[in-house]
Design a protein around this ligand. Structure first.
Ligand SMILES: CC(C)(COP(=O)(O)OP(=O)(O)OC[C@H]1O[C@@H](n2cnc3c(N)ncnc32)[C@H](O)[C@@H]1OP(=O)(O)O)[C@@H](O)C(=O)NCCC(=O)NCCS
Length: 195
């Protein structure tokens, strides 16, 4: 198997990563390793994961003759209304035709900080833009871990509400993690539109 130590940073960016849609089940080990390690592997999936409108996206290490592709990052996108529309900026409310939510985004720790998360999220947004076609913009929103807000801001996402929220994982009994709601308007033909 190709490992990160086999690749200089330059090589890494040239050969890495490959992306494709994955099944809900494939996301569980990454979620368990990166997001909620105290929650059993068998409890990582939620009802939205198996809806036909949900898509799961993965980043893979390239395969070699001796090993299959290895999943090292994933995220999930659902068709889901923003939970508190009355808190949204009126411009976003007026423009967003539909709402999609990003969930359960994680890159395995040993591969973080090498641009993989950014590429995977941009690839998922590219797929979303294809999915929405030439219709009006949609709101892509999510609850961002407070520690990662800077990552999303670099990609152009904005904080949607001042209020901070606390979550305890898929079973509700994990350690408390603070979040803030973020998002952006995504449109097919004109790139990103910000709220
Ligand atoms: C958050 C996460 C998905 C980002 O993926 P990543 O592959 O590590 O990030 P990238 O290397 O693609 O970073 C892209 C850019 O964001 C910056 N960045 C990354 N994390 C950041 C952070 N927490 N705060 C500010 N900037 C950050 C990088 O420096 C890089 O900047 P550059 O483009 O100027 O070089 C990943 O670190 C992760 O899985 N973290 C643990 C789980 C988690 O918190 N998931 C998100 C839940 S909301």
């Amino acid at each position: 198997m190709t490992t990160i130590s086999d690749l200089s940073r330059r090589d890494f960016s040239e050969v890495f990563p490959t992306f494709c849609e994955i099944s809900a089940k494939e996301t569980s080990p990454i979620r368990h390793a990166v997001l909620w390690p105290s929650i059993p592997l068998s409890s990582q999936l939620l009802p939205f994961d198996i809806l036909p409108t949900t898509s799961h996206h993965g980043a893979f290490l390239p395969h070699s003759s001796s090993s299959p592709p290895t999943l090292i990052a994933c995220l999930t996108i659902t068709l889901e209304r923003y939970a508190h529309p009355h808190h949204l900026d009126p411009v976003i409310t007026a423009r967003a035709r539909e709402h999609y939510q990003l969930h359960k985004f994680g890159v395995l720790q040993e591969y973080q900080g090498r641009g993989i998360g950014k590429k995977l999220l941009l690839e998922a947004i590219r797929q979303l833009r294809r999915r929405i076609g030439d219709e009006g913009p949609v709101l892509l929103h999510f609850d961002a871990r407070e520690t990662q807000i800077g990552f999303y801001e670099k990609l152009g996402f904005v904080v949607l509400e001042d209020e901070r929220i606390v979550k305890r994982g898929p079973t509700g009994n994990g350690p408390p993690v603070m979040y803030q709601r973020m998002g952006m308007l995504v449109q097919s033909s004109h790139g990103y539109l910000f709220g």
